[in-house]
Design a protein around this ligand. Structure first.
Ligand code: NAD
Ligand code: DAU
Length: 355
């Protein structure tokens, strides 16, 4: 088992990164320090880790900086004696990549390159560079079959192409410079602290407020949904126990059509929130809208390598996982309104100005 004394986590103020940092502090066998290195784009919210900052003041550090800034990365690695990097930071939303791909190339490709260069400069002090990636690099499946570690890359959106580029760079640094890397490619995550542009929080909050629920096309595209905590545990398992150089696919064996996801969310919001003024069930808010350009039809993951070699399996089942998630968004209106209005930036200035 690999152990680390100080981990640089990039993108730790985002959805998965913040859940990961909390998971490691609260549930993993880890007594070191975590340096959350995040540029705080629209998707980053340092307030998502207010409990961690409060409970682990000597072991949690927040650094407000950009992975494209090599000097800032170098300074953080040196100042905090980091011996591992776990890389989440990315532009992550497919629709934004279609509207405006520039930031995706800049952060996901150039930013990853910059980080790899700084990782390489650490030499033998670096025990691990773990790269968090996506199943979207594999493209789209038909009615049958699964993505696995041997599936050829065939990305379709600017987002997935930029993630594919970063995956290739990471493996090139392994093969060329012997960088100690591991990679995970995961399916769709759901859970708390996800920016409400993604399907599940968007539909939950729109349903709560009686707004239209914009389903792309017929809603028949299929995604495999995994609870974010199960993804975090998979990353920790790979980071600490996988052979260096290996890649693992991570998934929930939980394929659902988008329309079924949306209808399930509607039923949960009907159950836990006050009824709409009209008394109509929330599924009546579904509005089929123009399809996403290049919309991948189906994702599904064969995660048997991770299960077989490292004994990982998801702890959450979809029924209770979806219910807990919908209830989390309904019972955390302060977090929701803070990320929607950008008010959390004031919180950052108050709490981090002097660090
Ligand atoms: P997110 O958009 O919620 O968070 C991204 C974080 O990265 C934010 O905190 C943002 O401020 C930060 N960031 C962006 N650009 C940066 C830069 N240039 N420098 C420093 N920080 C920067 O994303 P997420 O959903 O938490 O995804 C995290 C990672 O996991 C991404 O690499 C994504 O490709 C991958 N992934 C996501 C999913 C999913 O379902 N969300 C599934 C598989 C893989
Ligand atoms: O598969 C992993 C990927 O999952 C990650 O790499 C990405 O970072 C993450 O954003 C997610 O990508 P998707 O495009 O699958 O997620 P999104 O929540 O945007 O959409 C899920 C499905 O729902 C997709 O088929 C598009 C559809 N959709 C989405 C939105 C936002 C709608 O029908 N209506 C919507 O308003």
């Amino acid at each position: 088992m690999r152990s680390f004394s100080s981990i640089l986590v990039t993108g730790g103020a985002g959805f998965i990164g913040s859940n990961f940092i909390r998971h490691v502090f609260r549930h993993a066998d880890f007594s070191g320090k975590i340096v959350n290195f995040d540029a705080l784009t629209y998707a980053g919210n340092a307030e998502s880790l207010a409990d961690v900052a409060r409970d682990f003041p000597d072991r949690y550090v927040f650094v407000h900086a950009d992975i494209r800034d090599g000097e800032a990365v170098r300074k953080a690695l040196k100042e905090h004696g980091c011996d591992a990097i776990i890389h989440f930071a990315a532009e992550s939303h497919v629709d934004r990549s279609i509207a405006s791909p520039d930031d995706f190339v800049q952060t996901n490709i150039v930013g990853t390159f910059r980080l790899l260069e700084e990782a390489r400069a650490l030499g033998p002090r670096l025990k691990l560079f773990h790269h968090v990636s996506t199943d979207e690099v594999f493209g789209s499946l038909g009615e049958t079959g699964f993505f696995s570690e041997t599936t050829p890359y065939a990305p379709h959106s600017p987002y997935s192409a930029s993630k594919a580029g970063s995956d290739h760079l990471v493996r090139a640094y392994r093969d060329t410079y012997g960088l100690p890397v591991t990679v995970t490619n995961c399916s769709n995550n759901y859970g708390p602290y996800q920016f409400p542009e993604k399907l599940i929080p968007l539909m939950t909050l729109n349903a709560l407020e009686g707004k239209d629920l914009p389903v792309y096309g017929e809603g028949l595209n299929v995604r495999d949904w995994l609870h974010v905590e199960d993804h975090c545990e998979a990353i920790w398992t790979v980071a600490t126990r996988a052979r260096l150089g290996e890649t693992y696919c991570v998934g929930g064996r939980n394929e659902m059509r988008n329309i079924d996801v949306v209808e399930r969310i509607c039923a949960l919001v009907d159950k836990f929130a006050p009824p709409l003024p009209s008394g109509a069930p929330r599924r009546s808010l579904v509005k089929h809208v123009t399809d996403r350009l290049g919309h991948d039809r189906r994702y599904a993951i064969d995660c048997s390598k991770l299960e077989r070699e490292l004994g990982w399996k998801p702890a959450h089942d979809a029924a209770s996982g979806f219910e807990d998630t919908v209830r989390w968004y309904l019972s955390n209106p302060e977090w929701v309104s803070s990320v929607r209005t950008g008010a959390y930036r004031t919180w950052i200035e108050r709490n981090y100005a002097s660090r």
